[in-house]
Write a protein that binds this ligand. Structure first.
Ligand code: VGL
Ligand code: ZN
Length: 231
């Protein structure tokens, strides 16, 4: 059975076929961790469905010897993004503070916990770099490049620049948070391409996906499906 196409799901215009180049294109696999999968603390609906396709896409980048970077959300147990650290607050309550928001989260991806592990089905043997983010207690990091203060660098920008990368392909979880913010920050220095069939949203608050797409389109982020990426 053919599943619903991504054009039908999101209505985004696709960039078409793109041939990837050795050492100029990098793949970012964002936060595919147990806590973001069905049954996890901050479960993303169908988050597990993207894993086989991510493995296939990563194999294409590995084939041409281009870097593959996995990220891990990696929070201390008392992280300020957790509702549990704010008396009287519940997960998904709206909450804005510097570096935190627009909602509070259930406790998730606590450093060293099973939920923070990369999903066992994901093949990481070919990883060039596994980057952890969100480890500062009072500031979140949705983006793999910049923490939510929009100033503190994770080091990923400098890494990609040092190895000569010009374009990044972004997949993983979640579309409306870490994938979205990663794409916006990537585009400041590199071409940024989001792989629409290999990402799924949290959908909280309810306009998070439409806002993310609006902002990505305004920033000239490109969209493809994984079958359009050719080695
Ligand atoms: C994420 C919410 C909180 C994500 C991480 O990976 O998209 N979302 N922490
Ligand atoms: Zn988080």
């Amino acid at each position: 059975m053919k599943s619903q196409s991504i054009e039908e799901l999101y209505g985004m215009e696709l960039a078409g076929f793109i041939k990837i180049s050795k050492d100029k294109d990098a793949l970012l696999v964002v936060d595919i961790q147990n806590d973001f999968l069905p049954g996890g603390a901050l479960a993303v609906t169908d988050g597990d469905q993207i894993i086989p396709g991510v493995n296939i896409l990563a194999a294409k980048f590995h084939q041409i010897e281009s870097p593959i970077i996995f990220t891990q959300d990696w929070h201390p147990a008392d992280h300020s993004s957790f509702a549990s650290t704010h008396p009287g607050k519940n997960p998904y309550d709206l909450y804005e503070a510097p570096g935190i928001g627009p909602v509070l989260w259930p406790d998730h991806c606590v450093q060293g916990s099973p939920g923070a592990n990369i999903a066992p089905g994901l093949q990481t043997a070919n990883a060039t770099l596994i980057l952890r983010k969100g480890f500062h207690k009072s500031i979140d990091s949705y983006s793999a490049f910049l923490e939510n203060d929009k100033t503190t660098e994770t080091g990923l920008r400098t890494f990609l620049e040092a190895v000569g990368i010009e374009r990044v392909f972004i997949c993983g979880l979640a579309l409306d948070y870490c994938v979205y913010y990663t794409a916006i920050d990537a585009k400041k220095q590199f071409e940024a391409v989001v792989v629409l069939d290999l990402t799924k949203p949290v959908n909280s608050p309810e306009d998070s996906v439409s806002n993310a797409f609006k902002d990505m389109v305004n920033n000239q982020v490109l969209f493809v499906t994984s079958d359009q990426i050719l080695e």
